[in-house]
Design a protein around this ligand. Structure first.
Ligand SMILES: [Mg+2]
Length: 245
């Protein structure tokens, strides 16, 4: 890879630089574990509730891959618990679907600060290499938690800019698979899209890279599969970014 000829490298965060899914899983376990342990099946409306301990199997069956509030509602339904939906503005102590979802978000921050998150060693090797070459780097993530994750991983100082969900919303930029957040990051790095590289592990993110006519789109296969990433527009697929360092 002739990295020195590139004017910017734009990285997705979750699954590319950090195994953030593990932190989310731990946060769900923290939140539901505490909630279910506190459910009083003597309360009217809770008589039939299944309050057995929350497990990883619950996560994969009811929560994994879903928007946050849907994951809460589906897990509760599986336990025979019906709560009011509430609203996204609900405080984390509200006993509503949205309140529990917001409680999970707080648990994410707690787990992150308590346990930290160890970035993929191969990804750090590539970041080190690019830093030595002086290539400007950016993070482009749909997650509002991106700055906290980068801080917990000790990577904050590596990047010119972090375009996360909050930044995108404030600027009115559509998220992936639209290319706008990556284009914004390239501009912040002073790079034309054709001079920049996009690194993504998700099909939607690879699509965003292809739609933006970036110079190179690298797919990182963490489970999406090489064929799917190539079909979405990846020029190159690797299992570990250390292969490109
Ligand atoms: Mg990702």
């Amino acid at each position: 890879m002739a990295w020195s000829e590139r004017s910017a490298v734009l990285f997705d965060l979750d699954g590319v630089l950090t195994p953030t899914a593990e932190v989310h899983m731990a946060a769900w376990a923290e939140m539901f574990g505490a909630y279910l342990a506190g459910v009083d099946t003597g309360r009217p409306g809770f008589e039939g509730a299944d309050t057995s301990p929350y497990t990883d199997a619950d996560y994969f069956a009811h929560v994994d891959g879903k928007p946050r509030y849907e994951g809460v509602a589906d897990l509760l339904a599986a336990r025979g618990i019906t709560l009011p939906a509430g609203s996204p503005e609900d405080p984390p102590d509200a006993e509503t679907v949205c309140g529990l979802g917001n409680r999970k978000n707080d648990a994410f921050t707690t787990v992150l600060e308590r346990d930290g998150v160890r970035p993929y060693p191969g990804s750090v090797a590539l970041l080190d290499h690019l830093r030595d070459l002086g290539v400007p780097l950016a993070v482009v993530s749909s997650s509002a938690n991106a700055p906290a994750v980068l801080a917990a991983a000790g990577l904050t100082d590596r990047f010119v800019t972090v375009v996360n969900g909050r930044v995108a919303a404030a600027l009115g930029l559509p998220g992936k698979p639209a290319p706008d957040t990556f284009l914004h990051a390239a501009t912040a790095c002073g790079a034309a899209p054709a001079e920049a590289v996009v690194v993504e592990d998700a099909v939607s993110g690879v699509r965003a890279g292809a739609a933006g006519a970036f110079g190179l789109v690298v797919g990182v296969d963490r489970g999406a599969g090489e064929d799917a990433l190539r079909a979405a527009g990846a020029d190159l697929v690797v299992a570990d970014l250390g292969d490109l360092a």
